[in-house]
Design a protein around this ligand. Structure first.
Ligand SMILES: Cc1ncc(COP(=O)(O)O)c(C=O)c1O
Length: 429
């Protein structure tokens, strides 16, 4: 079978007619589907419904006697720090547990750098007007928005299957002292589901940076979010704080994680892990900012997921709900687009997204066509800094929220629209 790229103009015209018929038929169904939301489905959230009921309302004390109803315990309950210590394989003394959002902890971390600088800084980062931040692409739109909002110029670096293009990263950070840091999503990256290799992690830990206060925000959002129970199909990572210490750059990394996609996305707990110096410094300011986080939520997590084993059990239940959805997306992409030559996609082993690369110049048009058909997809460009995909190619499919039947319809629409956009473009050339 020929790919679309090999078809003659006459063959493309014939294909166009068939695709337009299919498109019109799909449009006549008056669909109203939303594939934009990378959030857990109600079924996934219900897994943890027993959690609030595990609280003993007559005894809301933590294991060391702290009254969780009251002020205090600013860096998180011992139980919560122990939980993240097991999840991240980092000593509990280096874990600070806050409220529900790891994204907020990342924003706060950068805010502190802007106002006070880092340990090695000559001056607060806000006083560096041309400050820059490396963004592996495609990536998480909210990361990009945080650094854009805080006044960094965003520098896109390609993300390969084994992590960011390290030759490029090393060159950039060695030459430019105004590059102050970078985003990293080392396990099941959003949206590609890529896993950083050990070599990439070591290079990130050891690379020479012109900025003495260079930082990596290591967002381990999907650290236990495997889709498959078979350990051979589960990504693993080296522990980054130790790698940085061994490489002589002990202050380089702040690591983040949360239970947003383990328990309740809006009422979970989030943490920051850092070495002793960074932790002490961050806590100095955190202690000023708040008299303590929501410890009732921390306590209910301690009852529901007291350790890594219990987290793994919950994540198996999560994966059981997510797997059929991911597999439906992949089945339809395969049935509709395999061999077309106009699309490639990833089959992630974990995380929340499937990333599709369409014929250059057709991603925006695909989303527009799908919208006209009643199916909303994440806007083209969202996975790039400033919402600009230079190739207009990458789209992110978020399978977690809709049901399997809706996914089947939505991804069929997606595929027909992608083909339609591609054939029209090829006919113009
Ligand atoms: C990579 C990544 N980091 C962070 C978050 C948000 O995490 P939190 O709910 O802990 O703020 C998300 C949510 O989709 C994400 O994909």
């Amino acid at each position: 079978m020929k790919t679309y790229l090999e078809l003659s103009k006459a063959e493309l015209q014939d294909t166009l007619k068939i695709l337009e018929m299919r498109y019109n038929e799909l449009k006549s169904r008056n669909l109203a589907l939303d594939m934009t939301r990378g959030k857990p489905s109600p079924d996934q959230l219900s897994i943890a419904n027993e959690m609030p009921g595990l609280l003993d309302l007559d005894n809301l004390k933590a294991e060391d006697g702290a009254d969780c109803r009251n002020y205090g315990v600013p860096y998180g309950l011992t139980e919560s720090r122990k939980l993240f210590s097991e999840i991240l394989d980092v000593d509990a003394s280096l874990i600070t547990v806050g409220n529900n959002s790891s994204l907020q902890l990342m924003y706060d971390t950068l805010s502190r750098s802007l106002i006070f600088g880092e340990i090695e800084s000559e001056k607060p980062w806000a006083q560096i007007p041309n400050r820059k931040w490396i963004c592996p692409v495609p990536g998480y739109d909210r990361h990009f928005l945080v650094t854009e909002t805080l006044g960094f110029e965003l520098i896109a670096v390609p993300l390969n299957e084994d992590g960011p293009d390290m030759d490029m990263v090393e060159k950039l950070v060695a030459e430019d002292p105004s590059i102050l840091g970078m985003w990293a999503m080392p396990l099941y990256s959003n949206p590609d589901g890529y896993i950083y290799s050990e070599e990439v992690c070591k290079r990130l830990a050891s690379m020479k940076t012109a900025a003495p206060d260079f930082r990596i925000l290591w967002d381990n959002a999907y650290v236990v979010h495997h889709l498959y129970d078979d350990p051979a199909k589960q990504g693993t990572l080296p522990e980054i704080l130790s790698l940085c210490r061994e490489a002589g750059n002990p202050n380089r990394v702040y690591e983040f994680a949360s239970t947003s996609k383990i328990t309740f996305a809006g009422s979970g707990i989030a943490c920051m892990a850092a070495n002793e110096e960074n932790t002490t410094r961050a806590r100095k300011y955190l202690g000023v900012q708040s008299i303590g986080p929501n410890k009732i939520v921390q306590l209910m997590h301690a009852k529901y997921v007291p350790d890594l084993d219990s987290v793994k059990k919950v994540m198996k239940k999560q994966a059981k709900l997510l797997r059929p959805k991911f597999e439906m997306v992949l089945k339809i992409l395969n049935d509709e687009l395999e061999g077309s030559g106009i699309a490639r996609w990833n089959s992630p082993l974990g995380g929340y997204f499937i990333s599709v690369y369409l014929l250059n110049g057709t991603a925006k048009e695909t989303v527009r066509l799908a919208k006209e058909c009643g199916v909303a997809f994440t806007p083209a460009g969202a996975t790039y800094p400033y919402k600009k995909d230079p190739n207009d190619s990458n789209l992110r499919i978020a399978p977690s929220f809709p049901n399997v039947e809706d996914i089947e319809t939505a991804v069929t629409v997606f595929s027909v629209c992608a083909k339609l956009a591609a054939v029209r473009k090829l006919l113009e050339e």
